[in-house]
Design a protein around this ligand. Structure first.
Ligand code: GDP
Ligand code: MG
Length: 162
């Protein structure tokens, strides 16, 4: 089986950077300002002989969505289509209220959710993770999508379930 991996998280955490790394393309636009990837974007990748599909999303957790609606329709659709969800947070910014809202939605899902703590380049990985244990997700990975740190190990774990 070729699992579908959805990348979700608030703007600017590095979803498109991770998408590009996982698909070895530059198709997803990486921006210094939030909210640029407005629609879902699909790409294929493989780890060794294991193929997978990745879905990049934008717009999740933007303020106009409001506190009662932490995820946009297209992020919810991506999550609905996926076999596994990769929830990205920013290890430099630390935990935010939007992260907590998204996590509470994702915890209800009947599918695996992995937490990727991104931008840990130059940070102590254990310290970077400490902020996020309270989200109630059990699988946490310190990564740096821009440099590749931790990405291969995380995807190896994600693919083990399939
Ligand atoms: P998205 O909005 O979640 O898709 O985030 P992007 O992939 O567009 O990245 C937002 C910003 O974070 C860009 O300036 C990226 O270069 C930067 N970024 C992404 N990954 C990393 C990382 O691992 N380390 C650092 N330091 N910056 C990163
Ligand atoms: Mg993006």
């Amino acid at each position: 089986m070729k699992p579908v991996i959805a990348l979700v998280g608030r703007p600017n955490v590095g979803k498109s950077t991770l998408f590009n790394r996982l698909t070895r393309t530059r198709d997803a636009i990486v921006a210094d300002f939030p909210g640029l990837t407005r629609d879902r974007q699909y790409g294929d990748g493989r780890l060794g002989d294991r193929p997978y599909t990745v879905v990049d999303t934008g717009g999740i957790g933007e303020s106009e969505e409001g506190i009662d609606r932490p995820m946009t329709d297209q992020a919810l659709q991506a999550v609905g289509e996926a076999d596994v969800v990769l929830f990205l947070v920013d290890g430099r910014a630390g935990l935010t209220a939007a992260d907590e809202q998204v996590a509470s939605e994702l915890r209800k899902l009947p599918k695996p959710v992995y937490l990727a703590v991104n931008k840990t380049d130059g940070l102590d990985p254990d310290t970077a993770l400490a902020d996020f244990y309270g989200l109630g997700l059990t699988e946490l990975f310190p990564i740096a999508a821009a440099h590749g740190r931790g990405v291969r190990g995380m995807i190896t774990e994600v693919l083990k379930a399939f």
